[in-house]
Design a protein around this ligand. Structure first.
Ligand SMILES: [Zn+2]
Length: 222
């Protein structure tokens, strides 16, 4: 966290970015070592160079553009656990809220669809996370004997998830092209779906077959 005091009476802008990164994955997927920043064709490659070290440097560049004396007050807040879900952020905000007080927040953690074309992200989804648990039987039965006619938790859950997952409903949304680089209508629709419509992600599913339904994954409440 850092501060630059603005002229008296001016608002305060908080500049946010994060310095932590995702795991690099296998080295074989990299043309150059992930943790050795490497310039190729005028672009810098390395783990987290874009997400979100570029955001950190964008804020630094903004401050430098004003020679360190911006016309507003500035709070710089660089987070270190964004990629891990910001578990401690809430507590930090509750403890340090006064030091982070501001009139506007600039989040530098988005993308540009085209090199050289600046982009301003105006909508992002929020996140609601929940655990869905389906119980179908109150005791274990053998899948060979009962697995067909009796309900299985995962098989029951799958169509339910699909029924609540937002489907493409925008006019002209027949294309699966997710690149908005062209200005064609389907691409525009894909952009809208990417950034403006609700989505449902199912990061993990686990469960037992009917055979184990009550003994492991679906314990009977006491
Ligand atoms: Zn990021």
């Amino acid at each position: 966290m850092g501060y630059v005091t603005g002229p008296p009476g001016t608002p305060t802008v908080l500049l946010y970015a994060h310095h932590d990164v995702q795991p690099p994955g296998p080295d074989s997927e990299w043309k150059t070592p992930p943790f050795a920043p490497t310039e190729r064709d005028g672009r810098l490659y390395g783990r987290g160079a874009a997400d979100d070290k570029a955001g950190v440097l964008a804020h630094v560049a903004a401050l430098r553009a004003f020679d360190g004396k911006p016309p507003v007050g500035v709070v710089v807040f660089i987070e270190g656990e964004e990629e891990a879900g910001s578990e401690r952020l809430r507590g930090y905000l509750e403890g340090e809220g006064d030091r982070l007080r501001c009139d506007a927040v600039v989040v530098a953690d988005g993308g540009n669809w085209r090199v050289g074309t600046p982009a301003l992200t105006t909508t992002l989804r929020g996140v609601v996370a929940c655990v869905v648990e389906v119980r179908v039987l109150d005791k274990a039965v053998h899948s060979g004997g009962f697995g067909g006619p009796l309900p299985d938790a995962l098989t029951t859950l799958a169509p339910s998830l699909r029924s609540v997952a937002p489907q493409p409903t925008m006019p002209g949304s027949t294309s699966t092209n997710v690149s908005p680089a062209s200005s064609s209508r389907p691409a525009k629709t894909a952009t809208h779906r990417l950034f403006a419509l609700p989505a449902l992600n199912r990061p993990g599913t686990s469960g037992a077959s009917a055979f184990q339904a009550s003994s492991e994954a679906c314990p009977v409440p006491s």
